[in-house]
Design a protein around this ligand. Structure first.
Ligand SMILES: Cc1ncc(COP(=O)(O)O)c(C=O)c1O
Length: 403
């Protein structure tokens, strides 16, 4: 029998593959279960499994051992050191499949309301507006930092069924008070979901604050190498999580076993990578803040950032992402994109190398401009996913491109 590693340290959980979900124990590295379906010894066993009397793998859209191992690992990491019921995790083909499965699992009806922030990852905003909004669910974009207003809204509007939070937010790096929002929501019988992609469970554990659903785009820091798309949902309520799993079964947002394997491979170095991402981002943010071409740097690690204290309270460190506004607006932004030689111009984040992008023309192009500006995603904002290279190479590249 594999040893249950839940009593081990955070780094040990990342690295160890001796989890109860392993169905074989001969290979050091878990194999890729490249199979669409699973077989039974006999008809009686098959009948028992299909009747729900016996647990077994049935079909790849339902389960696969290559998903199980990473689901168990990320559930352990999100619940690490917490005195809460053991979390469960469900792996998806993408962050968006995970997020949309959470909101669809709630069976929201026309007239129900989702309360959220205006500065979400652009595709999440687009998904809420179309998949829910066009079918009669109200999407209420409010400043989730204004807790007095949020309390008044919860008191006055009984149609609110979910508070959806992304913290730190993409790409403004605003932080939202997970504890305060979860507490308010619970008082009013409202569920909460938090996108923890930017932080990872190493830097932030939303379950510790009473959040119901934690989601990740595993495409980012958890995989860490930019070689697979994926998403995951973690929660402690077995009934709610069963509904999320049902969405995977019904909508087919299951990942490929190969992508699950790559995620399990990448997560082994999560702690080392996150520490270095944080070290480098702190240095790059401090350097950018002194640069004459830079109007403002958004990084909660800077004491001048309005969410610095909140980030200290709910995060271990400040993460590897920052954004900054250039004095020259859009033109200066485009000049910088074209000038960088080491930083890679691409839309993603959380990889070992440094990635740069321009939200107004890339990730947030589908978001209404007025809404985008209202929540700080200005035309000249540049997002930097600071990698784990020698930090001097990142700074030197930015310096020559800003010259
Ligand atoms: C914060 C955040 N959430 C969710 C997503 C969506 O994830 P995916 O691209 O894996 O579907 C992204 C993608 O960039 C993101 O940055």
């Amino acid at each position: 029998m594999p040893k249950n590693i839940s009593t081990k340290g955070f780094e040990t959980i990342c690295i160890s593959d001796r989890l109860p979900g392993r169905t074989e124990h001969f290979s050091h590295v878990p194999p890729i279960h490249a199979t669409s379906t699973f077989v039974y010894e006999n008809a009686e066993k098959a009948m028992n499994v299909f009747q729900g009397n016996e647990e077994a793998y049935i079909y790849g859209r339902w389960h696969n051992p290559s998903y199980t191992i990473i689901e168990q690992k990320i559930a352990l990491l999100e619940g690490f050191g917490l005195d809460i019921p053991a979390p469960q995790a469900i792996l998806f083909s993408s962050g968006m499949a995970a997020i949309s499965s959470v909101v669809l699992s709630l069976g929201l009806k026309p007239g129900d309301t989702v309360l959220t922030q205006g500065n979400l990852y652009g595709t999440t905003t687009e998904m809420l507006n179309t998949i829910l909004g066009e079918h009669g669910v109200n999407i209420l974009y409010e400043n989730l930092k204004d807790l007095t207003n949020i309390e008044a809204l919860l008191q006055g509007n009984k149609s609110i069924k979910l508070i959806y939070i992304e913290t730190p937010a993409n790409p403004t790096l605003d932080c939202y008070d997970l504890h305060a929002l979860a507490t308010l929501a619970k008082t009013h019988g409202v569920l909460t979901a938090a996108d923890n992609t930017f932080a990872t469970p190493y830097l932030q554990q939303p379950l510790s604050h009473g959040i119901d659903f934690v989601m990740h785009s595993t495409t980012k820091f958890l995989n860490g190498h930019g070689n697979a798309i994926g998403g995951i949902v973690v929660g402690t309520d077995a009934k709610l999580m069963k509904q999320v799993w049902r969405m995977r079964k019904l909508l087919g947002g299951n990942p490929s076993p190969f992508d699950a394997f790559l995620l399990n491979n990448g997560i082994k170095t999560l702690v080392l990578r996150m520490e270095k991402h944080c070290d480098n981002a702190e240095k790059v943010a401090a350097w950018l803040q002194e640069h004459p071409a830079v109007e403002q740097v958004n990084y909660t690690g800077l004491p001048s950032h309005p969410d610095h204290e909140l980030a200290i309270a709910q995060m271990r460190r400040f993460g590897g992402i920052l954004s900054f506004e250039l004095k020259g607006g859009v033109e200066a932004g485009i000049k910088l994109m074209n000038g960088v030689k080491h930083c890679v111009l691409t839309a993603s984040l959380g990889t070992a190398d440094t990635l740069i992008q321009h939200p107004a023309s890339m990730t947030h192009v589908q978001v209404n401009k007025t809404q985008r500006l209202q929540f700080g995603i200005t035309d000249g904002l540049v997002r930097l996913s600071v990698g784990i290279e020698d930090v001097d190479d990142i700074i030197n590249d930015l310096e020559q491109a800003l010259a």
